[in-house]
Design a protein around this ligand. Sequence first.
Ligand code: GDP
Length: 299
Amino acid sequence: LVRLRERLARSKNSLGKGLLTLLSSDKLTDEEWEEIEDTLLAADVGVTDTTEIVDRLRERVKVLGSRTSSQVRALLQEELTTALGVEADRNLNTVTEDGPATVMVVGVNGAGKTTTCGKIARVLIADGNTVVMGAADTFRAAAADQLETWGTRVGAKVVRSHEGADPASVAFDAVKTAKDDQADVVLVDTAGRLQNKVGLMDELGKVKRVVEKHGPVCETLLVLDATTGQNGLQQAKVFTEVCDVTGVILTKLDGTAKGGIVIAVQRQLGVPVKLIGLGEGPDDLAPFEVESFVDALIS
Ligand code: GDP
């Protein structure tokens, strides 16, 4: 938790502290309520959710009247927790009846897919799994090399081909290798070319189809860069429309004051955030837990 606080320091300072301070004011003026709204918007919570959160806070502050700082903290904790939704299943599903569990990793270029594949492999291997990674991002010249470096670092086999090779055939080979090796999990790193919706759909659809020749895809994880804000969210929506996204991984939360994007992602995409990226290193991936996330923001 200490580390989470440290990594979320920028969001904590702008969002958490800002809200705590403002809400502590005894008689909140309209200007102060506007400031609360601005704080949420600046943290990328998004207009609709901000309005909803502020309405609820207004209602509850009215009921409470004068409040102690621990009441303010509890109030904020509850409201942020409600906004994030506690119910979702956030575990990675890597259980299959037979053969390796296949996890597809999708998202726009630069979001952190390759890095995240490496980090996920690290976690799975630490849990006793054997992991194969497929470098199906054949469009970005350095992607396969980068994945290979991660493979060496964390102890996962990497299946790759040449630049420009058919991503679906690399994905097929990766799953086949995982089967032959009796590996537990195969992670397929895909290319994130957002040329147009149809092109993306064709490409990811084809990768998925060949992977499914071996068995069902357990997870399709969408990697989203938290620093791209509402714009990134629009791009993310395209992915949820073209493939069956089962979970979101929000990266680069360490480098941004816009941690409120988690709320927007969760509510607008309707897909649970399962993991968060908190840095560039192999251990900088954490499960997304609503309670500890909110704690870290307002502690
Ligand atoms: P891809 O194009 O989606 O495969 O993206 P990469 O995995 O190549 O990542 C793009 C850049 O983002 C790299 O410099 C990564 O080190 C960096 N990156 C990825 N995840 C995180 C994160 O959680 N925090 C920070 N600070 N940087 C990250």
